[in-house]
Design a protein around this ligand. Structure first.
Ligand SMILES: *Cc1c(COP(=O)(O)O)cnc(C)c1O
Length: 388
């Protein structure tokens, strides 16, 4: 539930100075796996840390408030958060997912479908006819991911959620790429918000974690129960670090997206670059929707190098500020080559169909000085442009 405070205040201060034992300003980290009963059949609300942990609960409460949901379950990874939502789905149900969803989500959905856990349909959600035809099959769950990875395609969450609900489906939005600082899917009609907290929420590339936020109170308990049954709840220490990251979420994201906008406009004007995919550019096909449903354009972008894979090799070996690595959302800038890294498992044909070329590079723009980022890209592009 929204609790009246500005989301910035919730991020910075939820749970601060709530310790009743010693007045600790920073909420304590309880590593204990188990809790003493106060008497026969009586305890203080905590029995065993798989089931519930004070710090993890505080992180869940904070994320639920930031997303405008009724409650949140903190999981051990983004993938276990996706899987937790799938626990609500039965054998005869149909799950609909975007054709260009996160690779790990694609793999999880296919693996469960292959075991007979549910039926599955992938659809291009920006194609109204294809979406309508799939919704006519009365799915139980529609997954949405916007902006998409790595091409930053944007879909209209409000419109898709409305149609999905008319068809009787629940709607889950993976909000990892933007975080609640820039997009709040529950306000757009989602029943569930999924996060890889590994990315912007923690923001320091030192935790793998996830979260599911439920819009309705009635959905919180079944998720909590299932997370306890399967044991996918996150560790107390990871929750502690993630909440520490959330304290600076808005400031980080604002700075990072300002850097990303500068990087995007620099790249868009460079002759070694064939195309730039950033929703903040007016030339981007999803610019208008992004402007309407997001509070900012984010700090992720991708671009095509004109020189193909050889240019890619020269670029990634020349840059020094951008680190060649998977993942995103941390304070440090990263560059990834989807064809050989994040999307290698898709195979060349599926990549071509999705529009992911061998010359495509994805950037997660960090907090470094803008001038250093641009100078580094200049160095990389100069190297990319050299002839052997
Ligand atoms: C990284 C990511 C995931 C998976 O999260 P993990 O924490 O790596 O398990 C899911 N969805 C999106 C959009 C991601 O970027």
């Amino acid at each position: 539930m929204m609790d009246g405070r500005d989301p910035r205040t919730i991020a910075a201060a939820n749970g601060i100075a709530s310790d009743t034992n010693f007045g600790a300003v920073t909420p304590p980290l309880y590593l204990s796996s188990t809790y003493a009963f106060t008497g026969f059949e009586a305890h203080r609300g905590y029995e065993y840390s798989r089931t519930a942990n004070p710090g993890r609960d505080l992180l869940g409460d904070t994320l639920a408030k930031l997303e405008g949901g009724a409650g949140a379950i903190i999981t051990a990874s983004g993938m276990s958060a996706v899987d937790l939502v799938l626990s609500l789905i039965g054998r005869d149900d149909l799950v609909v997912a975007p054709h260009d969803c996160y690779g790990g989500t694609y793999r999880l959905l296919c693996a469960r479908r292959d075991r007979g856990h549910f039926d599955l349909a992938f659809v291009d959600q920006s194609d109204p006819a294809a979406l309508a035809a799939t919704l006519a099959k009365k799915p139980a769950l529609v997954l949405i991911e916007t902006p998409s990875n790595p091409l930053m395609r944007v879909v209209d969450v409000r419109a898709i959620a409305r149609q999905a609900k008319e068809a009787g489906a629940r709607v889950a939005v993976d909000n990892t790429f933007l975080s609640p600082a820039l997009q709040r899917p529950i306000l757009l009609g989602a029943d569930f918000v999924i996060h890889s907290t590994t990315k912007y929420l923690n923001g320091h590339s030192d935790v793998v974690g996830g979260a599911v936020v439920a819009a309705a109170e009635a959905d919180v308990e079944p998720l909590r129960a299932w997370a306890n049954i399967t044991g996918v709840t996150g560790s107390p220490f990871d929750a502690y670090l993630t909440l520490r990251g959330v304290r600076t979420l808005f400031t980080r994201v604002e700075r990072q997206q300002a850097n990303a906008a500068a990087v995007a406009s620099f790249l868009a004007g460079h002759k070694a670059v064939a195309a730039v995919h950033y929703p903040g550019l007016e030339s981007h096909s999803g610019h208008a929707i992004a402007k309407a449903q997001q509070n900012g354009f984010g700090a992720m972008l991708s671009f095509d190098l004109a020189g193909g894979v050889e240019a890619v090799r020269r670029f990634v070996e020349a840059v020094r500020v951008f680190t060649l690595a998977e993942s995103l959302g941390g304070v440090e800038s990263l560059v990834a080559h989807p064809a050989t890294m994040t999307h290698a498992g898709m195979g060349p044909e599926a990549r071509r169909a999705a529009g992911i070329g061998d010359g495509l590079l994805r950037l997660s723009v960090g907090l470094e000085a803008e001038a250093d980022l641009i100078a580094d890209l200049k160095r990389g592009l100069a190297a990319a442009n050299e002839r052997d």
